[in-house]
Design a protein around this ligand. Structure first.
Ligand SMILES: [Zn+2]
Length: 196
């Protein structure tokens, strides 16, 4: 590859700066989110929620494969490997990304497909930012897209052998899928969703 003449990391950073988007403006522009009644809160637009639900059903039926992750992260399929951990994890190049549930990953892949279908600019958004946008959109589910339950934030202590820490989760109480998980006290794994 011709990248050998330049520094690929530096090139990627330049590329990222060129294309980085302001997520809220981008999502409003794509008619994916809108302010709700009191203007304080943002929600999915109805059309986006419908399309996302359709893609989610399709992804659930087809299952997730290397191709889906390669698209989301903008890498060749040879750079994607599923990892066998006790949680959902995939290695992209040399970074292991993890998800608090299979449902969270299904959601991200469906989001990638939906935004790809409605916005010509989505493919130009830096892949890492695409992942971060998908992650944050998980918390926009006023109703769980899998079962219609009402997901909520739950801040409960998790005890391990030697310490207790609090973990903030955004999960659906009905189907028990966890969509987001943050440690609120420990610095280690402070952002469990991306593990970087
Ligand atoms: Zn649910």
């Amino acid at each position: 590859m011709s990248e050998e003449q330049t520094n690929p990391a530096a090139e990627r950073i330049k590329e990222r700066k060129r294309n980085a988007v302001q997520p809220e403006e981008f999502l409003k522009g794509a008619d994916a989110i809108r302010p709700t009644g009191n203007e304080q809160k943002l929600s999915f637009t109805d059309s986006f929620a419908d399309r996302l639900t359709e893609h989610l059903e399709q992804v659930q039926a087809d299952g997730i494969g290397v191709t889906d992750l390669a698209k989301l992260f903008g890498v060749p399929e040879s750079e994607v490997t599923e990892r066998e951990f006790e949680y959902t994890a995939w290695q992209i190049r040399n970074v292991v990304y993890n998800w608090p549930s299979e449902g969270a990953l299904l959601f991200d892949i469906a989001t990638d497909q939906t935004l790809r279908a409605i916005s010509g600019e989505w493919d130009d958004v830096p892949p890492r930012q695409r992942f971060m946008i998908a992650q944050s959109l998980r918390s926009f589910q006023d109703e769980c897209l899998f079962c219609g339950g009402i997901p909520d934030f739950n801040n409960k202590p998790v005890t391990s052998c030697c310490s207790e820490r609090r973990v903030l989760t955004f999960r659906c109480p009905d189907c028990e899928r966890r969509f987001l998980e943050f440690s609120t006290e420990s610095r280690e794994n402070s952002h469990i969703g991306s593990n970087v």
